[in-house]
Ligand binder design. Structure first.
Ligand code: C5P
Length: 220
C-alpha cells in the first residue's frame, strides 16, 4: 500500500517541528525536518566559503554534501558528512544565511529530490515551506501553520535561552521577519498555503490541543 504523508508548512518558528514530532510519535511515522537540510547545506557553504553566484561551485558543493537523519529515543540528529551538526545549524550565522541559500534553484532541486526519496521509505511527517506545494503535492494531510510574530519570537527566544545560547529577542524578531519575507517572496517555490491545506493558528493553543486538532484529519 501507499505510504502516508503528512505535510506541514508555515512561517518561521510557528511550532511546525514540535507538532510534526508529536504527530510522528503518535502515529509511529518517520519525522523529517526539511529546514535542517537547508540549514546544513548553508553551514557547508559558509564553512567552505562557496561563492553563491558561481553555479559550478554550488553544484560541486552539493555533490560533496551527504546528509543523514539519526533518530534516537529522545531526539533526531542531523549529520553532515558524518558530523553531528544539529546544534550548530540553529545558531545565528546559519539562521542569517539560510533563506538566501535556500532560494538557490540548484539547492532546491537537490533537496526536493532527497526529500521525495525519503517519502518512499515509509509513512512520514515532513515540515518545511514547500512540502505540501512542491515536495508532496499529493500528501494525505497538509497543515499550514501560522502564529502571531511576537509570540513566535518569544518562543524561539525561550527555546534558545533554555539551550544556553546567548541571544537577544529583537535580533530574533528581526531574523524571523527577514526570513518570512525572503521565503514568501522568492522566485523558486515560495512559501504559500496550498489550496487544500488546513490552517492552524497556534498563537493561543498549547501543544496537546494542536495535536488533537491535527489528529482529527487523520483517518484511522
Ligand atoms: O524550518 P526552518 O526554520 O529551520 O528552516 C530554515 C530556512 O530554510 C527557512 O527560513 C527557509 O528559508 C528554508 N526552508 C525552505 N524550504 C523548506 C524548509 C526550509 O526554503 N522546505
Amino acid at each position: 500500500s501507499k505510504n502516508i504523508v503528512v505535510a506541514i508548512d508555515g512561517y518561521s518558528s510557528c511550532g511546525k517541528s514540535t507538532l510534526a514530532k508529536a504527530l510522528a510519535k503518535r502515529l509511529h511515522f518517520i519525522y523529517i525536518d526539511s529546514g535542517a537540510m537547508y540549514r546544513s547545506v548553508t553551514l557547508f557553504f559558509l564553512r567552505n566559503k562557496i561563492n553563491l553566484k558561481d553555479q559550478e561551485s554550488i553544484k560541486n558543493a552539493l555533490n560533496d554534501i551527504h546528509l543523514d537523519f539519526q533518530t534516537t529515543e529522545s531526539q533526531t540528529l542531523i549529520t553532515l558528512n558524518g558530523e553531528d551538526v544539529s546544534k550548530e545549524i540553529r545558531q545565528m550565522p546559519v539562521a542569517d544565511m539560510v533563506s538566501t541559500v535556500s532560494a538557490i534553484k540548484d539547492v532546491r532541486i537537490e533537496m526536493v529530490r532527497q526529500q521525495q526519496r525519503m517519502g518512499r521509505t515509509g509513512n512520514i511527517v515532513m515540515d518545511g515551506r514547500d512540502i505540501g506545494t512542491v515536495v508532496f503535492p499529493d500528501a494525505d494531510l497538509k497543515l499550514f501553520m501560522t502564529a502571531d510574530p511576537h509570540i513566535r519570537a518569544e518562543r524561539r527566544y525561550n527555546e534558545l535561552i533554555s539551550k544556553g545560547e546567548k541571544v537577544n529577542i529583537d535580533e530574533i524578531f528581526e531574523n524571523l521577519a527577514k526570513r518570512d519575507h525572503q521565503d514568501t517572496t522568492r522566485e523558486e517555490s515560495p512559501l504559500i498555503q496550498a489550496e487544500d491545506a488546513v490552517v492552524l493558528d497556534n498563537s493561543y493553543i498549547d501543544e496537546a490541543q494542536q495535536l488533537d486538532f491535527a489528529m482529527v484529519y487523520i483517518k484511522p
